[in-house]
Design a protein. Sequence first.
Length: 325
Amino acid sequence: MNEATQPASDDLEAMLAAATTKPAVPVEGQRCGVIAIVGKPNVGKSTLLNALVGQKISITSRKAQTTRHRITGIRTLNQTQFVFVDTPGFQTRHSTALNKSLNKTVMGAIGDVDLVLFVVEAGHFTPADAKVLSLLKPGVPALLVANKLDTVNRRAELAPWLQEMQQRHAFNEFVPMSAKNKGDIERLFGICEKYLPEQPWFYAEDELTDRSEKFLASETVREKLFRFTGDELPYTSTVIIDKFDEEKSKTHKRMVRISATIVVERDGHKAMVIGDKGERLKRIGTEARQELEKLMDAKVFLELWVKVRSGWADDEARVRSFGYE
């Protein structure tokens, strides 16, 4: 944290005030920049991205390691365009081909950005957090985003934690917040703005993501898959879009027909996904279809299949064929 903004360690309220009242740099023409959102799995990165964009573009789940791709979210406010990059949580437990691909994505995302949001759960710092922190490049501005502040019972206890975090990395600013709080999100925009260079926007004003509807369809089905199977299904399960066709319709403005395959590791997992008399698979399909209809403003027909592909997450060729870099 810069010396000019570093508050006293025994006064948390002063810390919060010093971290949140910096005036934004006056805007002269258009301003635009890339902001990487990084952190260990399950600290709320995808929830934060969705809140910043103002619409759901990255799936969320209580299951760790949900995000698997570099997902760009775009938000244009007044003269400034914020290009946020959500990354997979850095994987430290298993060295599968899938996890190597995820870590490569993280490394690529933080290599060439204007600002890094290092997201950590307020009051906590684990070896997994430390691993991600060690990846931050010197010279790139970084904000310490202490997320899930609403879960902290006694905020005064955060003071020594903040001092410890300031010693771990030269963060430019400390941002205590909850990604679910609209006021916190608005404040974060103001803080990020002054770190972005004055330059033309990268995207059209109304664009929200650089990802295709086909990609969003795959992610939406995968989110519902994890939601309805909980911790029973390994995170290595994935979703492949086999068909994505837009058709003409006399009764709907848009009509999209999607066929997708849920890929699991074992026969037992397949039975789990399908459920008794196909009921669980039907619920996954229904909720995914309803959400996709809202996202795409279209009538959606969704057909789901389940296939077993043992050991795919350890097979580099298959990992690539399933759309991972």
